[in-house]
Write a protein that binds this ligand. Structure first.
Ligand code: ZN
Length: 151
């Protein structure tokens, strides 16, 4: 497979997540939430998630901004849904490693997410791709049992 074709496939996957974001909801019964923004690009992500014990039972995100930021957040929600908090944190770390080393992670469940590896060559875009993951990290740290109210 030529590199150009691979790039095209990756682009397709990213655009697919951008146009049809997965888990694109605000969860009314969430007990963790965080908002993140990347002012350099104008990207915004809001994450709500339901933690049951140590498991991410459900996760939803809403947001606006560039295709990279929204696709990465969509892929992140697919990865993290049903995972333990520890596995979710491992995923965040694996993603950051991929962004800094430009090497595939081989992490379990990262099949789609590895499509974002090309972003690592563009430092300004790394902030876009990382936004959803950083916001997830914040959301997990807000777990205090307080229910989130949505308008
Ligand atoms: Zn962006």
């Amino acid at each position: 497979m030529s590199n150009d074709l691979l790039d095209d496939l990756y682009r397709e996957l990213i655009l697919d997540h951008y146009k049809q974001p997965r888990n694109n909801v605000t969860l009314p019964a969430a007990n963790c939430a965080a908002d993140g923004s990347n002012p350099l690009c104008g990207d915004q992500i809001q994450i709500t998630l339901t933690l049951t014990g140590e498991k991410v039972e459900q996760i939803g995100f809403t947001g606006s901004g560039c295709a990279i930021s929204q696709a990465s957040a969509s892929m992140m929600t697919e990865f993290v849904q049903g995972q333990s908090v520890i596995d979710a944190l491992d995923g965040i770390a694996a993603f950051q490693t991929m962004m800094t080393t430009s090497a595939p992670t081989n992490a379990v469940g990262f099949d789609d997410i590895d499509a974002l590896i090309g972003v690592s060559k563009f430092p300004a875009r790394v902030k876009c791709a990382s936004l959803g993951w950083k916001t997830l990290e914040q959301a997990l740290s807000t777990n205090n049992g307080v229910e989130v109210t949505t308008e």
